[in-house]
Design a protein around this ligand. Structure first.
Ligand code: HXC
Length: 257
């Protein structure tokens, strides 16, 4: 029997989703992405979970959408099924998501990583949008999120030439938040997720929403949105606990409410 394409586990308040199609370098087929979306929805709704890590193998985060699944699809097939539309659910998760990327993150793989809140890369990571080599273009945010992350010059370069960029270039360009040795990747990502998951969950969720809002609205609207969320946090027990713990020189014990 084939092994499950997505492995899930929890460690304390962190959920870890591991893409697991080694025979296809974790190429993202519909079955796998449905499982990813289901798992993100499930853990987002689980009050015991405070952050989600999405990772692959040391060789590949994901080498793209599954080309063999797409090869014979017609325009009517992809249009009528709104192919890929559901994948965006990962970006709309309300709980924080961290992509831990080693090896190839190409096409839909790069796009899945960019749907997460931030990307921690192994030093062997390679990012790219090679769809142009297949006669298509990115379909799940590659021309949009990549451009917002790295600017027009690099986004055009990657989308038009299909070349890959290594972890060092990706960090320099602002696509990834940090680069670590490959054998430290997962522990670093889980450590970051644990740290986030132990902060006040409403504050974390609002911080995420506020940063994301900056991509949608003019500065003045964004500043007002941020300020209103900031005000609202004074209605939480966690604000009282966080500030009292600081004054009392002790560690805060957040209740996520
Ligand atoms: C289906 C894939 C695949 C993919 C690799 N494989 N990528 N299968 N879809 N995206 C399969 C290969 O067919 C092969 O299976 C096995 O995985 C190992 O791959 P190799 O090519 O033999 O490995 P290697 O020589 O190490 O080369 C690695 C690679 C290459 C450079 C990453 O596999 C590659 O270029 N892959 C395609 C990358 C790509 O174009 N991605 C974009 C897809 S389009 P067999 O059975 O032969 O052993 C896309 C559109 C997104 O993502 C739109 C919105 C989501």
């Amino acid at each position: 029997m084939a092994s499950k394409p997505l492995k899930t586990e929890t460690r304390g308040r962190v959920a870890i989703l591991t893409l697991n199609r080694p025979e296809a370098l974790n190429a993202l087929n519909s079955e796998l992405m449905n499982e990813v979306c289901d798992a993100v929805a499930k853990y987002s709704a689980d009050e015991k979970i405070g952050a989600i890590v999405i990772t692959g193998s040391e060789k590949a985060f994901a080498a793209g959408a599954d080309i063999k699944e797409m090869q014979d699809q017609t325009y009517m097939d992809v249009f009528m099924s709104d192919f890929f539309a559901r994948w965006n659910e990962v970006a709309y998760a309300r709980k924080p998501t961290v992509a831990a990327v080693a090896g190839y993150a190409l096409g839909g793989g790069c796009e899945l990583a960019m749907m997460c809140d931030f990307i921690i890369a192994a030093d062997n990571a390679k990012f790219g949008q090679p769809e142009i080599t297949l006669g298509v273009i990115p379909g799940m945010g590659g021309s949009q999120r990549l451009t917002r992350a790295v600017g027009k010059a690099k986004a055009m370069d990657l989308c038009l030439t299909g070349r890959m960029m290594d972890a060092e270039e990706a960090e320099r360009s602002g696509l990834v938040s940090r680069v670590v040795p490959a054998d430290e990747l997962l522990e670093t990502a889980i450590g970051a997720a644990e740290k986030i998951a132990n902060f006040s969950l409403p504050a974390v969720m609002m911080a995420k929403e506020s940063v994301n809002r900056s991509f949608e609205v003019p500065l003045d609207e964004g500043l007002r949105f941020e300020r209103r969320l900031f005000h609202s946090l004074f209605a939480t027990e966690d604000q009282k606990e966080g500030m009292t713990a600081f004054v009392e020189k002790r560690k805060a014990g957040f209740k996520h409410r």
